[in-house]
Every structure is written in C-alpha cells, then in structure tokens.
Write a protein that binds this ligand. Sequence first.
Ligand code: ACO
Ligand code: OAA
Length: 371
Amino acid sequence: MSTTRGLEGVVATTSSVSSIIDDVLTYQGFDIDDLADNATFEEVIYLLWNGHLPKENELNELTKDLAANMDVPKEIFDFMKQYPIEKVHPMAALRTAVSQLGLYDDEADEMNEEANKRKAVKIQAQIPAIVTGFSRIREGKEPIAPKADLGFAANFLYMLNGEEPDETSITAFNKALVLHADHELNASTFTARVCVATLSDIYSGVTSAIGALKGPLHGGANEKVMAMLSEIGEPDKAEDYIKKAMANKEKIMGFGHRVYKQGDPRAKHLRDMSERLTKVTGETKWYDMSLKVEEVVTNEKGLLPNVDFYSASVYHSLGIDHDLFTPIFATSRASGWLAHILEQYSDNRLIRPRADYVGPDKQKYVPMDQR
Ligand SMILES: CC(=O)SCCNC(=O)CCNC(=O)[C@H](O)C(C)(C)COP(=O)(O)OP(=O)(O)OC[C@H]1O[C@@H](n2cnc3c(N)ncnc32)[C@H](O)[C@@H]1OP(=O)(O)O
Ligand SMILES: O=C([O-])CC(=O)C(=O)O
C-alpha cells in the first residue's frame, strides 16, 4: 500500500461548496475577492447552504430565522458558570457548549433534510451567543441577549461588548467573517464530514470540527500569532526574533499552507484591514511589526502569510481578547462546516480509508509474570 503523509494531494470527495484552484478561492464559484468586497456574512451563509446568492426575500427569511434562533438555552450558561473558568480556553468552552446544545434540541437525532437545515440555522445562530456569553461570564458579567434588528457581525460585537459597534468595526468584522467562512477540505471540515458520514448527528459533526480547528496548526494559529507579536514587542525587534526562531527550527505561526503555493488570497484583505484599523486605533506598531515579520519570513524561507497571520492584528485592533480569535474563526467557519455536513448527508458514503501497517509482526501473547 502506498501512503501520502498527512493525505497531501489526496482528493477525498467531490464538493460544490468551495474550491481552491490555481491559488484562487471561490465559494460556489464566486471569487473570494469579490465576496470580501461586497457581501454580507448572511449572504455568504445563504450562498454556501443553497448554492446561489439570495434574493431579497430569501435573505430576509434567513436573517429572520437566525434572529429567531439566537437564544441559547439558559442551562448552557448556568453550566458555564460552574466551569473552572479561569482555566478554560474559550475553544474548549465552545466545543462543550455546542455538544450540549444537542441535548436541548428535541430533533437532534432526526435525520431528514428539513430537520438538518433547521438545526444548521440554530447552530449558526447560537454559536455567537455562546462565544460572547462565555467571554462575559468569565468577566463576572451576564450574557447579553442579541438584538433582532442588528446584522450578524454587529450582533456579535454588541453581545461581546454591550455597546452597539461603529460602522468601521462592523465592516471589518463582517469582512473577516466572509473571508473565514469556508475553505474546501481543510482539517476541521474533513473532520466534520468524517463524523457525519457515519450518519451521526449534526451537533456531533460541528463539535468534532471545533476540536480540529482548535489546534495551532489550523485555526488556533491566529491566537499564537498575536502571542508572537506581543513577545516581539516592537517592529525593530522583529528581524532578530524571527531569525532566531527559524535558526531554532521553530514554526512561525501564520505562515505556510498545505494547498497555496503562491500565497493565500485572503491574506491581502486582512493585511489591508490591519493597516487601516491600526491607523484608527493609533497602534500602527502591530501592522508595522507584522509587515516586518512577513518580509523576514518570506526572504529567509520563502513562506507566505496565511489567513491567520494578519487576522491577529485585525482582531486585536477591534479590541477583542486574544483567546477569542479562534472562536471567532469557528463562528464564521460553522457556515462552511454546516454546508459540507448537509452536502455529505445528501450523498453519503462512510469515509473509511486504510492504514499501511508498519508495526511488529507475528507477536505471541506473553503471560504477565513472564514479561
Ligand atoms: C486556517 C489555517 O489552518 S491556515 C494554517 C495555520 N497554521 C499555521 O499558521 C501554523 C504554521 N504553519 C504550519 O505549521 C504549516 O505551514 C501548515 C501546517 C499550515 C502546513 O503544513 P504542511 O503542508 O504539512 O507543511 P509542513 O509542516 O510539512 O512544512 C513543510 C516544510 O516547510 C516548513 N514550514 C512550513 N510552515 C512553516 C512555518 N510556518 N514556519 C517555519 N517553517 C515552516 C516545515 O518546517 C517543513 O520544512 P522541512 O521540509 O525542512 O522539514
Ligand atoms: O485549508 C486549510 O488547510 C487551512 C485553511 O486555510 C483554512 O481552513 O481556512
């Protein structure tokens, strides 16, 4: 049997949700550059789930459905209050809470298209309330109920901070959500598809995807990028820091990609946003430092920034706690996971690859007292 480490280059399924061809990312055939400049996140959710951009009435319907399903069962927040909260990473809290959501949904195990679509709406609507609710509970505050008249991006920031956000923040946050929504067969999406291909339920699929996104080689990298920038401290310290890290064979978080060879098309949007937002906050050092890090890593190693690199300084500039960066990624990527889960159910076959056995051979059981 021949193997490919990390399944590199293996085509594991067909999909019409998103594509990466010659370094161009599309959602349902729409170039990400086009969507990033023009679409709301709600439009992207609709597009990923239905295959076409919504007409006005279709978008209104989805927006109404999301607003009607944003309230999280009280038991979930009550349980959060019992977590050893100062030790709990928000991604672990999100993973636990999404799993728990399934307990309070009477149709959690109902396996038909309509029920699965209803559950997709509930999960997409409730994740922002869970992420922001956790953030408030650990600050000793009560979660804030969403406002039905705010859009998805604005509601997230409102529930996080308790104040309606300004237009600059809403536009930036919306664009970040659009850029993170889907990405072909990335590790967390693959995880979701493997899970539901056993005909397990949609809550299990999203819970397992959250677990996969949490890792620092995947979505967890954005938080690590900010930790690295904070450690560097000033732009003129970036070169030494990066050269030392590379000499020690450390991975530089936010660089490299399994699929893109000429660069991640999402990074330029986030770079621009980082430049603009750091000017607004007056903390341009985060952008300057990021640029310097990019210059050194690219010159020394030929590695280019991925989506996680500039999203760090973007979220920081929006005043967001660093350990919420990956849950925000999950808030957006849930739309992609759910699209892939629905696609998997619609034409399912168990996903079960093989392993090339390289362990010992012809072993004989040895009784305990003879080992
Ligand atoms: C949303 C996302 O998931 S985007 C990715 C987020 N993750 C990160 O930013 C973490 C840092 N990046 C990485 O670890 C990798 O580039 C990955 C995980 C994204 C891709 O991994 P792979 O395709 O498996 O590449 P792999 O890890 O085998 O790297 C190939 C070579 O490039 C080097 N390399 C790759 N990325 C980096 C990096 N960020 N810093 C330093 N060296 C790197 C590896 O050390 C390896 O070198 P070697 O051949 O001398 O051993
Ligand atoms: O596709 C990948 O391997 C990782 C990635 O960039 C994403 O999930 O957005």
